[in-house]
Design a protein around this ligand. Structure first.
Ligand code: CP3
Length: 334
């Protein structure tokens, strides 16, 4: 059994597998080298030779237990024919939504447009380096994708007042997202992904009254779909105010936590396997602090099924030596 399956399915507390969000990315000089030659981020994700190589870069360097495929949650709106661009120093920029065109989109055309993502997963999952490790496929949660599709860029602290003004548009988009997210998940699994993570990076933007409509129902629907394919699903509803309620309603197989939530509260409130939590900024401090803070999470979850990760993606300015030190700290923990 693979390390993540031992924790998630068998509830094994004798191991703490580790992988890190954004482990394939800008803190690695070998990634920056490829990136420099490939200024178009989407095209890079659609080059299965390069994207599979980038996925494997951190696996070659560090003793990690899983590869997460080098792609992006915004490949989904891209597959739906919305324009998606990444501007240096700005982040993603999306084009206007053409809802009528989106509604007519055919499954075959969607799959064809992002097919290299699935080819990359196949390449990674069949690589010898991944033997006995997990291949993690992922999607953005419907809510977080809705935020990008309507807002056309990352929201700052709050959504614009008129975000919700077109109820009809939102409801149509949610239905389209549900359909194509399932197709996207199924294709990732068919090509070798053996864990699915659902990133809800903007869960924290919602008021409590809106959680059922925008997060609980659509995410539960996806979670049940992944479960029906017999693959474990991890949800990461970042900065959601009530992880307990989320887990009770959505029932993912494991839950990722952010760095603002008290891990002791999570231990008390949550019965399912937990993942992550450590503040990525700790990797910018010194080894002593890093060891102390990482050990804090390991101690708290000593008798609870726990996958080590951060509370958000590793920062681009992280020293790869500190990353290595973190991985070894987790591996040497007794
Ligand atoms: O290693 C991995 O984790 C796998 C690859 C991965 C990327 N994006 C690559 C990427 C994953 C899992 C994602 C998920 C993703 N993408 C999320 C959810 C997680 C989160 O960070 O909250 C979100 C919200 C996005 C959308 C997105 N993509 C943004 C907002 C940005 C710009 C911000 C930034 O970090 O530059 C991206 C670009 C992006 N996606 C990069 C990478 C490595 C940086 C691209 C570059 O080299 O310029």
């Amino acid at each position: 059994m693979t390390p993540l399956h031992k924790v998630i399915i068998k509830k094994d507390t004798s191991i703490n597998p580790i992988w890190i969000m954004r482990q394939a990315g800008r803190y690695l000089p070998e990634f920056r080298e490829i990136r420099k030659l490939n200024p178009n981020f989407i095209n890079l994700c659609l080059n299965e030779n390069l994207s599979s190589e980038i996925t494997l870069q951190p696996i070659r360097r560090f003793d990690l237990d899983a590869a997460i495929i080098f792609s992006d949650i915004l490949m989904l709106p891209y597959g739906l024919n919305q324009k998606v661009e990444f501007e240096k120093g700005f982040g993603p920029k999306l084009g206007k939504v053409n809802i009528d065109e989106m509604s007519k989109l055919d499954e075959v055309d969607f799959v064809q447009k992002i097919y290299p993502v699935y080819k990359a997963i196949k390449k990674v999952s069949t690589n010898d380096l991944i033997k006995d490790k997990n291949t993690i496929g992922f999607v953005g949660a419907p809510w977080t994708l809705l935020v990008y599709i309507i807002n056309q860029q990352s929201p700052k602290k709050n959504l614009k007042k008129d975000f919700y003004k077109d109820d009809f548009l939102i409801n149509r988009l949610l239905l389209i997202l549900e359909k194509f997210l399932k197709i996207h998940i199924k294709n990732q699994i068919d090509n070798g992904a053996n864990v699915i993570q659902i990133f809800d990076s903007w869960a924290g933007l919602l008021e409590e009254k809106d959680l059922p409509n925008y997060i609980y129902s659509p995410t539960l629907n996806l979670v049940n779909f992944v479960k029906s394919l017999n693959i474990p699903v991890i949800c990461f509803p970042r900065e959601i105010k009530n992880y307990k309620e989320f887990c009770e309603i959505v029932k993912p197989d494991a839950v990722g936590i952010d760095y603002n939530i008290d891990p002791k509260k999570i231990l008390k409130d949550i019965k399912i396997p937990v993942q992550g939590g450590l503040d990525p900024k700790i990797l910018l401090s010194d080894k002593e602090t890093l060891k102390k803070e990482a050990t804090k999470y390991l101690n708290i979850f000593r008798n609870h099924p726990y996958i080590f990760n951060l509370g958000h993606g590793v920062l681009p300015e992280t020293d790869p030596n500190m990353f290595d030190y973190l991985v070894n700290t987790v591996k040497d923990y007794q």
